[in-house]
Design a protein around this ligand. Sequence first.
Ligand code: ADP
Ligand code: ZN
Ligand code: ZN
Length: 739
Amino acid sequence: MFVDVAFPISQYQVFTYKIPKQFAKIASVGVRVRAPIGKRVLPGIVVRITKETSFTGKIKNISEVIDETPIIDESLWKLIQWISKYYMTPLGKAATVIPANLSVKYKPQEQWMVQVEQQNVSSINLAKSAPAQANVLSKLSEYKKSVPITKFNKLVASPLTVCKSLEKKGLAKLYKEVSTPTANNFEFDPIHKEIHFSDTQTIAVNKIEKYIKEKKHNGMLLHGVTGSGKTEVYIKIAQEIFKKGKSIIILLPEIALTPQIAGRFRAVFGDKVGLWHSKLTGAARAFTWTNICNGNYKVVVGARSAIFAPLLNLGLIVVDEEQETSYKQEAPDPRYHARDVALMRGKLQRAAVLLVSATPSLESYYNQIMGKLDYCYLPNRFNNAEYPTVTVVDMIKEPEETGKIGQIFSSSLQQKIEQRLKNKEQIILLQNRRGYAPIYRCRDCGEMLICPTCSIPLTYHRVGENLQCHFCGYLQTEIPQQCSHCKSSNLVLSGTGTQKVEDVICDTFSEAMVARLDMDTTRSGKMLTTTLKKFKDGKIDILLGTQMIAKGLDFDNVTLVGVINADTGLFLPDFRSGERSFQLIYQASGRSGRRKKQGEVVIQTYNADNPVIRYAARLDLKKYYNIMIGERKELNYPPFNWLAKTEFTGTKKRTVEKTANTIRNSFQKKFKGLEILGPAWCYRERLRGKYRMQIVFKSSKELDPNGSKLHQYLQNNLLDKKIGSGVKINIDIDPVSLL
Ligand code: ADP
Ligand code: ZN
Ligand code: ZN
């Protein structure tokens, strides 16, 4: 018997091995093995078993079989093959979407639990005869449910012995429980809710069920305005699927940011839900994977990589906030898009796929218009909550009126905040930039402080007093007092980050309780969940944050959302920058007035005439999307063209440039409908010490309907090209940005 094994290396082939007798029984497709390759022994995955092989060279033995049972099934393997092909990634590398180091031998720990037998307690007095038992019993009686006996570690020397004595007397019950590994506080408490669907929601549920019955397996876009109850609608659908014995994947862009959704799933599906995300510890990862494989978990809620959860009998995949770019894996290979992989997995496994959003990606929106996706629209907020009213403040005019220059709060936003504070209502403020000031510059010669390996400006952080690079994490604790170029000491901070806004809030509204949520304050998951909980409980008046607070959050008492600077990101040289800005403003606005009270939104901008700002302020999605469709068509961008990008990176600028040009000059004649741009330096020309050049390919969908011409062209012209050392090439199919 022979096996073909795929390794995580950059070669587009699999390798053949013999199976020694002792492994013959356990070797099957989908198990991982170790096998010699060159001088090393590497882990790989068995992708085929055959009786004969056409390979004529010397065939080695595999050295070890890692798994007792396959960690993926055939359909998942098919999906990985598709990924390898579509994203032009060697099979072994595509297979790295299966988490490494899944110790299958992991056995969860057991712990002793104890619960009081209330009805027997009053009849016995232990205080004198057994003080230790009395102590534990009195503490135990305070808990209504069972607790781990470790709770009493501080109280008595040997809680187990004491509890056993209590059990003998009929005062307590002891039992062992498997303790699921918790994942750095990313476990969520169940959120129970009574749900009565409105008429429009019922119509939506029926429509989705009808679509699922039809088994078209093409995917459906569930588009609903913010607060329309999309989550409840897809939970309902998931319940129906679950009743049929099928399993479900729910993808969220960033699971830590959506504790409310994870909590709702906990409430509805209890211990049938597994959470899957990057913050899991090794043990938790292995535990979860095993429970998915053996069918204990029927529902997986997770971030991007959860699309590869090895669920059997998959019935539904939900991709919530499907427009989010965090669904795209940028590095390492494969550079896949989880939404597109979801659509493909749905096809392969005959599962329904629901793409959910208040602000769909332009691609999905257009696909819906063209009938490629089914469509379901929720036009109203739940409970007929009103849309917020939106005011745009032109910050150019603002200083003239108030005499203050470069201020952070317009007088109108300031007044509205004061009013909310008086009414005990809550406020969300969006400033999509962390740190204190994004630029530290010499006023005399203009020289900026930049990251030594990325060549982009360093951001000043007041918390911790340092300068940081937001790309590579470079940290400089010494703040220079003199310009390195002209020796002037006239250095100034410019631009505004969340820390600065926080300072100004504290100065301006000294009575208010303020919390800041950005990457700096949420490195630990605990901090994030406690802040959100405090806000929910009304212990925080103003929640300030970056884009992470713009979506998904659902708070009753928020009646004002302020966008401090709507222009951040608006002018990035990328075909998607308008779309992104629109979505951000629209989503942030959606946090306001989600219940009875009328909500308000204030958008501060220096570009009040910009169409993105104008239509976002009117919450007029359709209009703006139609404008975008026109622009994309004119400029040959998706959804009208296939897009691919190759990046050349290396530490020597000249070598990168030379290689890119040589490769470009070696390209075959273009086919009709193909456009090649570049090589050009990337917008961020140097990151992490590497220079970056890119070539962009666009292929008209009209002339290349399934993209195969472009794939073939890239294959012929880029794969297995001999390039000198010192430069790396990567290929990005359907890049989400060209920056
Ligand atoms: P969306 O995701 O569309 O912004 P959500 O699903 O978060 O909206 O719903 C907004 C709020 O209204 C949530 O608190 C949700 O629990 C509640 N809600 C929505 N539909 C119902 C319903 N049918 N019954 C009870 N509460 C609902
Ligand atoms: Zn200077
Ligand atoms: Zn850097």
